[in-house]
Design a binder for this molecule. Sequence first.
Ligand code: DQQ
Length: 534
Amino acid sequence: ASSSQPYRTGYHFQPPKNWMNDPNGPMIYKGIYHLFYQYNPKGAVWGNIVWAHSTSTDLINWTPHNHAIYPSQPSDHYGCWSGSATMLPGGKPVILYTGIIDPKPINTQVQNLVVPKNLSDPYLREWIKYPNNPLMSPTVENQINGSSFRDPTTAWLGHDNIWRVIIGSKIHRKGLAILYRSRDFKKWTKAKHPLHSAKNTGMWECPDFFPVSTTGQNGIDTSMVGPNVKHVVKASLDDTKHEYYTIGTYNITLDRYFADKGSVESDLGLRYDYGKFYASKTFFDHEKNRRILWGWINESSSVADDVKKGWSGIQAIPRKIWLDKSGKQLLQWPVVEIEKLRGKQIQLPSKILKGGSVIEVSGVTAVQADIEISFEISDFKKAEILDPSWTNPQLLCSQKSASVKSALGPFGLLTLASKDLQEYTAVFFRIFKGQQGKYVVLMCSDQSRSSLNDDNDKTTYGAFLNVNPLHEKLSLRSLVMESFGGDGKACITARVYPTLATGKDAHLYAFNYGTEKVKLSSLSAWSMKKAHIY
Ligand code: DQQ
């Protein structure tokens, strides 16, 4: 981060300038990772959308290419919106994306196909539009609402040799994943039933549907079904700009997905990330047998500030994603390649943090660090009782911000902190006594004191962490602004814009503001090198 551009990050994917939103069509082809993304070539606000394109051998360092998909047909004249890549048999990639065919009054949406011009080019630099686009259109007969019909997923192949794909939509307030089928990837027919839907969720943007293994961390191909496989449906809800997922069963006879009991899309549903993370998409990395999640982190700054700085939006560090042993939630972890950027390491020996203590972690570049910390609690007697009405973790974190003392917590990290703590972002835990002798762990990312500039959105985020502190350490990994609690059980991403805590003036602290002691069992922090992004 240079002094004139203190808010550009060192290793997140971002173009040199202008607006970026959704990650599109991620894939690996001939050993090269591809990332396309929604991009405005003309400015730092959303508009004029094309698919920009970069490639990488390690998901960290990137080479830009010419725009891959841009308006050039009646079927995408007013914009090339989000979509996904699919590998056809023989490893041939194709892309389905949404085209805008008229801007007014409703941005009418259709689905289009592009194929690589030259399959021997591992960079897939040129794409050819199928001349008979669009392949799927809203009509009176199919009752699809043309302003709510977008973001095709990666397609999957059934045992009947028929391809399936879902498109995000809604009917009134019901969000849905419309299902289409095709034998040749060109002629698509809408199925009678959506793959999945949920009442009162509004428009489903950027849906995702993929299998996860019940037997380990390895990812599996998107078309995989079978005994050791569960399925995931994710939707990005346009109303709240939050994503929710469920884990469930894909019934291949009915061609419908059924969410397991207890996992519902709602305010209290499961999220990949309880902070800023949207329009995400996974792909199967067949070379490393993992499923990787990409997500867009939108800015918390004002539009005026984005225009002034000349850019908006970053991509989160790609994450490996897999099913937790419990089968009840997904786990995520930054791809291992990010560790190549780890430079100088600092370690603190295990020590007791008495109530009210703050210790500086010096010797690392606090603006650009990777930190792993863990805590142990031995005495739970004084834990605050969890009121049964405290069901919303985000609300609880904003009511009990980093400055509010409990017995057990808040304890955690103060990142991007100014020397005098006028500015800081606090990522921390708080432990409550719940029902039946169980303890409840709350994880918070408190941005309320992150900047003296009040033009920024400083919403505090929170999540309940499914860890039993009686038997397990409480771990936290921070990639400064992306926080992973409980080894990836809850993730919270934020964007902050300190005015004092920038560059060398940013500090990092471990703290315990609770009244009771906690043990800091380990802390490692690394200064992070810059990635080559363009
Ligand atoms: N962004 C795209 C749409 C998608 C939305 C347009 C989600 O295709 O629904 O830039 O952020």
